[in-house]
Design a protein around this ligand. Structure first.
Ligand code: HEC
Length: 211
């Protein structure tokens, strides 16, 4: 480079090393300015216009796909608490559940779940238990003498799972409506824990009937 300043020492020296006032090499400047331009483009692409998917979005998408795949495998098996929880993570299933709810349940439980003829499904009180499997069983088998029909024949287990997932997703939203009925969730939970902790006593008056 025939820069006039080439190899002109700046006039200080540390441990025998001198500094020259040389021009920065073009390749170096190119990477610096290039990365600045790139960062502006990156910012606009991912954050301002949201065209690209950030890592968080990518992760959420992967999780959704994994949940869907796992759900496909679970569907054929017996219902479990895990499979119901899984269902609440798959938007297509939740949407199906919300739609079923509006068609079959809203007339008695309110469009938002606040209750009308049937109890409020969004508060913290339950007549027949708050656990996903208890809710599933209530919907499947109904409480026929109290005006809640059994849905297992009309909807079948898959659609009952969907509508239960919807109920789980609106739990705790406390929609204004019917006053709480039944016992608080904490009581149901304590009862379940006690039942799980109880030793399967062989003697002593027979085991408590389950749920
Ligand atoms: C004809 C009215 C009616 C319809 C339709 C109806 N329910 Fe109910 N539901 C009731 C009544 C009444 C009860 C309260 C039963 C009782 O007193 O034990 C109830 C109770 C429940 C409970 C138990 C709540 C608790 O506190 O433990 C759940 C869960 C439930 N219904 C879900 C559903 C779902 C899901 C649908 C739609 C697939 C549905 N219901 C449709 C009337 C209805």
């Amino acid at each position: 480079m025939n820069d006039a300043r080439a190899d002109v020492p700046l006039g200080h020296e540390y441990d025998g090393i001198q500094e020259y006032d040389n021009r920065l090499p073009n390749w170096w400047l190119f990477t610096l300015y290039g990365s600045i331009v790139f960062s502006v483009g990156y910012w606009l692409f991912y954050h301002t216009f949201g065209i690209g998917h950030t890592q968080d979005e990518g992760l959420a998408r992967e999780e959704r796909i994994a949940a869907e795949a796992q759900l496909q495998r679970e569907m054929g098996k017996e219902v479990t608490e895990e499979s119901l929880l899984l269902m609440t993570k798959v938007p297509t299933q939740l949407e199906a559940g919300a739609k079923l709810y509006q068609q079959k349940c809203a007339q008695c439980h309110g469009a938002q779940g606040g209750g009308e003829i049937g109890p409020n499904l969004t508060d913290d009180h339950w007549l027949h238990g708050n656990a996903p499997l208890q809710i599933y069983s209530t919907v499947m088998n109904g409480v026929v003498d109290k005006g809640m029909q059994a849905w297992k024949d009309q909807l079948g287990p898959v659609r009952v799972r969907q509508v239960v997932a919807h109920l789980m997703s609106i739990q705790g939203t406390n929609v204004a409506g019917k006053a709480p009925q039944g016992r608080p969730s904490a009581e149901w939970e304590a009862e379940r824990r006690a039942r799980e902790a109880a030793p399967a006593a062989p003697a002593g008056g027979g085991g408590a009937p389950g749920g």
